[in-house]
Design a protein around this ligand. Structure first.
Ligand code: ADP
Ligand code: MG
Length: 384
């Protein structure tokens, strides 16, 4: 009975937390590393105004010295993060809105993709000193729950799993592969650990440990595999009262996905995709490409069943889920081909429309976005 009073009403819980009608697409440039610098790399990417990206294969000496002049192919994204952007800025721009939605019973997902070494794991997991999106999101979930109620109405569960070579493994409790089953809620990994989390403090260690459990490739000892996908699921459950004062359960799920290295596997058209299928390329990543192509083209049939990854993400891609893509790129001209593929794919992902009944139409360059844009530029200036 005591709980009754502090429980939010349904209408209240519906406020805020925007529903988007398309995938939000961000690009993040990482700093040039030592090896690239020593190898005499030139920078082939320039980011301006936190949203414009210029890409050129042959930056000349002058461009290299005075990057502001770098022209080349121009792309625009919801935001483009220069190499100076902090983890916090990336999180608050890309993901904090999704966390708000999850606390209102909506699903959200964030994908990091890009070639091996482009900064996906740094963006998602980060380091102890500079925690990434996964940790910052969980922190935010707890902070927002504390603001909403202090009666234990919200329950948070974490699952961390890996898809490697079409095998699903529990990263929190390594052991036998997990079997995917279809139940009322959709596809579930049977026996997956659902770790009940009470605070942020325990989480970073848990995730670091989980990441250690990721499959490493025999040929690349001590390196986290470039062919493994890691998925962190943050599930928030709570109760609300509807208009008739009945108690109903709500569940919101946030999926944070560190994809396998995209080298050679990002296809933006069906023909390239088919030719790639013959090569020994990550099936789950190809299947994700196919699903995205189908969603972009507005096809009725989206081939989720083609891989373990897409089965697991069926309720996290398209549909009524808020989806964010973060494309990670290296600045070095030595990685130009991969960077170009990644940027093209990101450009294409902007076209995916989400079928959300109460969605507002989001377009790039609407005035509202420009205000957000100006804020973002200011934030970045403050950081530097
Ligand atoms: P990926 O997961 O895409 O293979 P990583 O995230 O492991 O790549 O990044 C490769 C290296 O670059 C790591 O040592 C990482 O710490 C570093 N790195 C990546 N992005 C950044 C960044 N934005 N700032 C600083 N270091 C970064
Ligand atoms: Mg990685």
């Amino acid at each position: 009975v005591a709980r009754k009073l502090s429980m939010e009403s349904e209408s209240e819980s519906e406020k805020g937390g925007k529903v988007r009608s398309r995938i939000m697409v961000f690009v993040r440039l990482r700093p040039m590393n030592k090896k690239e610098k020593e190898g005499g790399s030139r920078c082939c990417v320039r980011i301006a105004n936190c949203r414009d990206l210029y890409l050129t294969e042959f930056p000349n000496e002058n461009d290299y010295l005075r990057l502001n002049r770098l022209r080349g192919r121009h792309f625009t994204f919801d935001a483009a993060f220069p190499d100076s952007a902090s983890q916090q800025l990336v999180y608050s721009t890309s993901t904090s809105e999704l966390v708000e939605g999850v606390l209102q019973g909506r699903n959200g997902s964030v994908f990091c993709y890009g070639a091996t070494g482009a900064g996906k794991t740094y963006t998602m997991l980060g380091t102890v000193e500079n925690p990434g999106v996964m940790v910052l999101a969980i922190k935010d979930v707890f902070r927002k729950i504390r603001q909403k109620s202090c009666d234990g109405n919200h329950v948070v569960h974490l699952s961390y799993l890996e898809v490697y070579n079409e095998t699903v493994r529990d990263l929190l409790s390594p052991g036998r592969p997990l079997v995917l089953r279809e139940d009322k809620q959709g596809i579930v990994a049977a026996g997956l650990t659902q770790y009940r989390a009470y605070s942020t403090d325990e989480v970073m260690a848990l995730l670091q440990q989980g990441n250690q459990n990721r499959t490493t490739e025999p040929t690349r000892a001590n390196e986290t595999s470039s062919r493994s996908h890691a998925i962190l699921q943050v599930v928030v459950e709570y109760r609300v009262r509807d208009a008739a004062m009945n108690i109903i359960n709500r569940v919101g799920k946030l999926s944070l996905i560190d994809l396998a290295g995209s080298e050679r596997a990002l296809a933006t058209d069906q023909r390239t995709l088919r030719s790639l299928e013959g090569a020994n390329i990550n099936r789950s990543l190809l299947a994700l490409s196919s699903c995205i192509n189908a969603l972009v083209e507005g096809k009725k049939h989206v081939p989720y069943r083609n891989s373990k990854l897409t089965q697991l993400l069926k309720d996290s891609l398209g549909g009524t889920c808020n989806t964010v893509m973060i494309a990670n790129i290296s600045p070095s001209n030595l990685s130009f081909g991969e960077t170009q593929n990644t940027v093209h794919w990101a450009d294409r992902a902007k076209e995916i429309r989400l079928k959300v009944s109460d969605a507002t139409e989001d377009q790039l360059s609407v005035p509202e976005t420009e205000t957000d844009q100006a804020k973002l530029v200011l934030e970045l200036q403050k950081e530097n």
